[in-house]
Design a protein around this ligand. Structure first.
Ligand SMILES: Nc1ncnc2c1ncn2[C@@H]1O[C@H](COP(=O)(O)OP(=O)(O)O)[C@@H](O)[C@H]1O
Ligand SMILES: [Mg+2]
Length: 224
């Protein structure tokens, strides 16, 4: 069965009830689909950003501290849902997925030992989830966030901002605006072709629809 990597954005932690509901829904879906959660960094990573500004940390230290932020959010997600299994290696991930467990990948162990990506703030959990998907041969990556997808401008700043329903990695790399996806992501997607959707986790039924192979409100990022 094809594996789907779900990157759960830290932004979802602003809405505890909705995040609990999403986790329940994902546990339910894991009996039907192979699902691996890669946590975002959220508030934990924001703390690292602010300490980086204050202390002008080395890129390596800031990168590693931000990856530990993902581990922390992963532990939070696991605590919300006792029916999940925390994994730290690709071998354990494969074993856990075989048992149909909703698995949560804590990336620090692999990322510290393999160090495969540029150590900079261009790389966040979006790119790291893509790397993990690539290593596991996943069929698709869903970047699950708190808005409906990638917009032409920040939907929280600009009322009526237009949702982009489909964009190529190449076009995304040329967008002049900041999006919800990190700066390195589109380049890596061209290198490691994977189906990628940006979808709103406040509406878990949309995730279910994508897993069922049907169309829903989201942004599809294609890999050319
Ligand atoms: N062009 C854009 N399209 C979509 N979201 C955007 C855009 N520009 C800024 N954002 C903001 O990005 C946020 C999601 O990204 P981010 O803060 O990294 O959260 P996450 O924790 O989900 O990765 C949204 O809440 C939205 O306000
Ligand atoms: Mg983000």
């Amino acid at each position: 069965m094809a594996l789907t990597v779900l990157k759960l954005g830290g932004s979802l932690a602003n809405n505890p009830e909705k995040l609990r509901f999403l986790m329940e829904k994902l546990v339910e879906l894991s009996s039907q689909y192979l699902l691996l959660i890669v946590p975002g960094g959220g508030e934990f990573a924001d703390t690292v950003r602010s300490l980086d500004t204050r202390f002008n940390l080395s890129p390596k230290a800031a990168h590693r501290m931000a990856i530990l932020a993902m581990d922390q959010y992963g532990l939070l997600l696991a605590d919300l849902s006792p029916k999940t299994t925390v994994v730290r290696t690709f071998e354990d991930t494969k074993i856990s997925l075989k048992l149909s467990n909703l698995s949560i990948f804590l990336p620090s162990s692999i990322m510290f030992s393999e160090d495969p990506l540029e150590n900079s703030w261009n790389i966040t959990s979006d790119s790291i989830s893509l790397y993990i998907a690539h290593r596991l041969g996943a069929q698709q990556v869903l970047l699950i966030t708190d808005v409906d997808g990638v917009f032409e401008s920040d939907p929280k700043q600009q009322y009526g901002a237009k949702l982009i329903d489909k964009i190529s990695a190449n076009q995304l790399s040329k967008l002049s605006v900041r999006t919800s996806v990190d700066a390195a992501f589109s380049g890596l997607l061209m290198k490691w072709p994977t189906v990628c959707y940006v979808v709103n986790g406040l509406f878990p039924e949309r995730i279910e629809t994508i897993l069922a192979g049907k169309k829903t409100l989201s942004t599809l990022i294609t890999n050319q």
